[in-house]
Ligand binder design. Structure first.
Ligand code: IMP
Length: 194
């Protein structure tokens, strides 16, 4: 039986050891940075959506970590739904041509939809998603993106909420992976291929 008060994972005992994993580079956002920013985003969304029930749409798999924390930082009734997409690009670059692998369960007609994105790189995936969901007649459609890579987007992103602007390096943790690993890292770190 675990003690609730002592249940949190301490910052000093990371689950991946940066000393022993040569692929983990500098920390870009600590667990404390993430907790603070997600709380701020939740407060902003709470204020902006007062009197409405936002439908949070997460893009699997990366965004489900952020979505789970964000939903708990919003002091309103919310609903959540997920979709999965696969890009036709290679592993490090998206092409903007996206295939829906798992569609939403919810009907978006008349709903206040908030797309919850983990990271925006080229912005092409998000741009496709926004067009696709807009065609389903939501009452409103906005985007919250936790990380936006600086200077890489050729399309206008029009993000209502943005967590952090980060350097254009490949990063892992807090939902972001390399071959499905590192998603459970409680902070965001640069990934260095070795
Ligand atoms: P975009 O279409 O180029 O903006 O790519 C967006 C998607 O690529 C994200 O939802 C992630 O799944 C993935 N991605 C982009 N950059 C990174 C990264 O640094 N680490 C892990 N996944 C990334």
């Amino acid at each position: 039986m675990s003690d609730i008060a002592g249940h949190g994972r301490s910052q000093s005992t990371p689950i991946y050891n940066r000393q022993s994993d040569p692929c983990l580079g500098p920390v870009v956002a600590t667990a404390e940075d993430l907790e603070r920013r997600v709380a701020e985003l939740g407060a902003e969304i709470t204020k902006d959506y007062a009197g409405r029930v936002p439908l949070l749409v997460g893009v699997l798999k990366g965004a489900c970590f952020f979505l789970a924390d964000l939903a708990r930082a919003i002091e309103l009734p919310v609903e959540v739904d997920f979709m999965a997409v696969s890009s036709y690009g290679n592993s490090t670059q998206t092409s903007g041509v996206v295939r829906i692998v798992k569609d939403l369960d919810a009907d978006l007609n008349g709903r206040h939809v908030l797309i919850v994105e983990d990271i925006v790189d080229s912005g092409l995936t998000l741009s496709y998603l926004r067009r696709n969901l807009a065609a389903r007649h939501p009452a409103s459609l906005e985007v919250v993106a936790l990380f936006v890579k600086r200077g890489l987007q050729s399309v206008d992103l029009d993000l209502a909420y943005q967590g952090f602007e980060i350097p254009p390096d490949f990063v892992v943790g807090y939902g972001l992976d390399v071959s499905e690993r590192y998603r459970n890292l409680p902070y965001l770190a640069t990934y260095v291929e070795r």
